[in-house]
Ligand binder design. Structure first.
Ligand code: PGA
Length: 258
């Protein structure tokens, strides 16, 4: 049984004081283990303060990006060592916004994934097709390309050390989520690909999140699916009540998920 994981990607939102307020609220709302890993990914500027608030709680700290080098002349970049220093445990890599607006390729994603693993950070590697690619029936091709390119040559000691987030680009921030069967169709396919790359047991243990317009009114359907092991939540993670509802509803479903 894979332990589900729900992560909030705050993107370029929240000043330090706003981040503190949200983190405090979440800490108050999750005083018990509800059987789900809860991760929040504030912007770099708020990692330190948020990290302190959620220390020793059931909420864990994630970053939204990193460079692959430990240090050097890379103006504006943040290294894995710096993230470790802040108590970061997870790092989102290859989000479609990074691929689209900052030119991240599979090669770059692969370097970052390898570096994260080397530093004992858990990469949440994002993959997914655009609307145009889906219309041209290229979804499986694109997902395969992103997956294989991103994890090429990695050594995985344990399935818990890698998270894949299937995020169809057409569903991100649009209010149009993939249906649960659309998500399962692709995520089941991702699982089959993982079985070819790693051994079967390892592949069965890797968690695959769904991301793209996840809300309190669609999380239950999504997380019921066999290969939907959680969610990567953008917009709906910025509000205390909404994000809390998403996680709690998921918690109810996984109590009965076989
Ligand atoms: P959204 O974003 O939930 O706002 O659609 C998801 C993401 O980009 O990870």
């Amino acid at each position: 049984m894979r332990r589900p994981i729900i992560a909030g990607n705050w993107k370029m939102h929240k000043t330090i004081s706003e981040a503190i307020e949200l983190a405090n609220g979440l800490r108050r709302n999750f005083v018990n283990d509800i059987g789900i890993d809860i991760v929040i990914c504030p912007p770099f500027t708020a990692l330190s303060e948020v990290g302190e608030i959620i220390q020793d709680s059931f909420i864990q700290l994630g970053a939204q990006n990193m460079h692959w080098e430990d240090k050097g002349a890379f103006t504006g970049e943040v290294s894995p060592l710096m993230l470790k220093d802040l108590g970061v445990k997870y790092v989102i890599i290859g989000h479609s916004e990074r691929r689209q607006f900052f030119g991240e390729t599979n090669e770059i994603v692969n370097k970052k994934v390898k570096s994260a693993l080397k530093h004992n950070l858990i990469p949440i590697m994002c993959i997914g097709e655009s609307l145009e690619e889906r219309k041209k029936e290229k979804t499986f091709e694109v997902v395969k390309n992103h997956l294989e390119g991103g994890i090429e040559g990695i050594n995985l000691d344990s399935p818990e050390n890698l998270i894949i987030a299937y995020e169809p680009v057409w569903a991100i921030g649009t209010g149009i989520n993939a249906t649960s069967s659309q998500a399962e169709e692709v995520q089941g396919y991702i699982r089959e690909l993982l079985k070819k790359i790693f051994d079967k047991e390892l592949a069965e243990g890797i968690r695959i999140q769904y991301g793209g317009s996840v809300r309190p009114d669609n999380i239950e359907e999504l997380i019921k699916e066999r290969d939907v092991d959680g969610a990567l939540v953008g917009g709906a993670s910025l509000d205390l009540i909404t994000f809390t509802e998403i996680v709690k509803k998921a918690g109810e479903v996984i109590k009965i998920k076989i």
